[in-house]
Design a protein. Structure first.
Length: 560
């Protein structure tokens, strides 16, 4: 197909692929949605997602102008010769140009190129990025102006002797003296607290949820900063926790079990304190109105909201796939810029960049397992689903192209009535999640400020705000213990079906708000296809399944 096309590929954990065509981001999908392995982690090329973005865009590998590729904790330039041969062989394009892109550069391109503006400070914060000499990226700062992105500050961390998941990386008594004094990233520091309280790899979101139930164990001091640099070592924060534990006289496991929420709150407060201090040092006068952010640290919606309250930025754009599942997008934009020139910038393509399934796909999946489904028009469907929700039913929804990033944004979502006090526990039980974990509301954008205290746009569920006090007793299923809610606000122009469903539910309930959570069970990736949706539906207590305009009720499941 004629046109200028660049593929972006990320390998490692959360691998995936993206495609920029004629300067515009047209497709992106994480490999986990297709191979059904959460956080799909492999050094192999993500061929399922590569093939998927080709199919979405209607191109072939031979149409590519170049491929941008990135990884984590490597010097990508040294790996490019090997990767070039592998890509050329697998894609059967003998002279394909392959461009290595540094890890934090990918993050910066992903967020700046999806921002509706021409001037922003760009901050990248994650666990670890590119190897730089004998150190590794921790946090990086760029300035975006017009088509240019320029690195201005970079903080580096040192290599620990082991993975963060090993005890000698997060428990002070196990840690040797050399490692204790090594510099660590903000992302890895938060991971240390995540492991202390008993959560696993890439479960920092659970720490954020648990933190609301606790109080920090000690007062976190504001770090000293100079020229965008600060010191944060492996032992910082952990030494204070160790001291408080020893003073308690309790066995370690007893102390952690009793003070788990307080330990999580300590990690949350430390992250917030350091990030706000860094941003105020970088933008002391408010010369930069906009902050563009990426890296897994910025999936922390409590921190993001604090940034808007306690810094001089007027607006903040967080790329919805802020973690490494968005790296392929940055790689595609970077490669396009190198080969064809300036890409088109703006948020319009976000966040629905995966595949859409046609009626025949859905009918085949339904017939294959012997289910019965009605096909309804949009008006009939919104009326019926709104009535189901108002009657307390739980609805699985698969409509449109799948979302980019880890948050379900009503294209692969489970929806429920937020008014029901027992709905939160019911859904956590249904999904196999911890009971302390909160659920998010989706609201019509024009009503966001009426019900929630922060007016900053929140289309990607990346900011937390408080439900106004007069509504908290009315909508208990979407209010966390601290009164906060992780809001998604939808517009009629971008999301006509969801917006209409909210309006229809409002006629039943008085509120244009629904509970929205990801369409998956604990440990599984979010569903991608009708096959995935039906499997989850059948293996759970979801009452109703909607796939495009097909409606299935649990009472109609064949029992043979």
């Amino acid at each position: 197909m004629s046109g200028r096309h660049c593929l972006g590929v990320h390998i490692g954990h959360d691998r995936g692929a993206a495609l920029v065509s004629d300067g515009e981001l047209v497709a992106s999908i994480a490999e986990e949605r297709l191979d059904r392995k959460k956080h799909s982690n492999s050094a192999a090329l993500p061929m399922k997602s590569i093939e998927a973005v080709f199919n979405i865009a209607g191109i072939e590998a031979a149409d590519l102008g170049a491929v941008g590729i990135c990884d984590t904790k490597v010097e990508i330039g040294g790996a490019v010769p090997l990767l070039r041969h592998e890509l050329r062989d697998l894609l059967q394009v003998p002279h394909l140009d392959v461009i290595g892109v540094d890890h934090h550069d990918c993050h910066s391109w992903s967020t700046y190129c999806t921002f509706d503006g021409d001037d922003a400070l760009i901050v990248v914060a994650d666990g670890a990025g590119e190897v730089i000499g004998d150190r590794i990226e921790a946090e990086s700062v760029y300035v975006g102006f017009g088509a240019a992105i320029e690195l201005t500050h970079r903080r580096l961390q040192e290599f620990g002797l082991t993975q963060i998941s090993r005890r000698n990386s997060y428990l002070l008594p196990y840690m040797n003296d050399i490692d204790r004094k090594k510099e660590i990233s903000l992302g890895h520091k938060y991971e240390q607290f995540t492991y202390i309280v008993g959560f696993g790899e890439r479960e920092a979101g659970k720490t954020m949820g648990l933190a609301a139930y606790g109080t920090p164990l000690y007062e976190i001091a504001t770090p000293a900063l100079q020229d965008g640099q600060f010191s944060l070592t492996f032992q910082d924060g952990l030494a204070e926790v160790d001291r408080i534990w020893k003073a308690s006289g309790q066995p370690w496991h007893t102390f952690v079990e009793r003070r788990k929420a307080d330990i999580a709150a300590t990690g949350q407060k430390l992250l917030e304190t350091y990030m706000v201090a860094l941003l105020n040092a970088l933008n002391p006068t408010g010369a930069h109105r906009t902050l563009c952010a990426a890296g897994g640290v910025f999936l922390n919606c409590q921190m993001n909201s604090l940034i808007l309250r306690e810094t001089k930025f007027d607006e903040m754009h967080v790329f919805p796939a802020a973690g490494d599942d968005g790296q392929c997008v940055g790689a595609a934009f970077y490669a396009y810029n190198q080969v064809f020139g300036e890409p088109k910038r703006g948020s319009a393509p976000l966040p629905y960049l995966g595949r859409r399934y046609c009626d025949s796909d859905i009918q085949y999946a339904v017939d294959k397992v012997g289910l019965r489904a009605q096909r309804l028009d949009n008006r009939e469907l919104t009326d019926l689903v709104a009535a189901d929700l108002a009657a307390g039913k739980v609805v699985g929804l698969l409509r449109g192209r799948s979302e980019l990033g880890p948050r379900a944004l009503c294209h692969r979502s489970i929806l429920a009535d937020p008014r029901l006090p027992g709905m939160k526990d019911h859904l956590n039980h249904l999904k196999g999640r911890e009971l302390f974990r909160p659920f998010a509301p989706v609201v019509t954008a024009e009503n966001q400020a009426e019900y929630f205290e922060r007016e900053h746009p929140s289309p990607y569920m990346l900011f937390a705000t408080c439900l106004r006090p007069q509504y908290r007793h009315c909508l208990p299923a979407v209010v966390h213990v601290d009164g906060s809610s992780r809001v998604q606000a939808v517009t009629q122009s971008q999301e006509p079906f969801v917006h209409a469903l909210l309006r229809c539910f409002e006629r039943h309930s008085g509120f244009p708000i629904l509970l929205n959570t990801s369409f998956n069970l604990a440990g599984d990736p979010i569903v991608e296809s009708p096959h995935d949706a039906i499997a989850t539906y059948r293996n759970s207590g979801i009452d109703v399944l909607v796939m495009e305009n097909f409606y299935l009720d649990r009472k109609d499941i064949a029992t043979g």
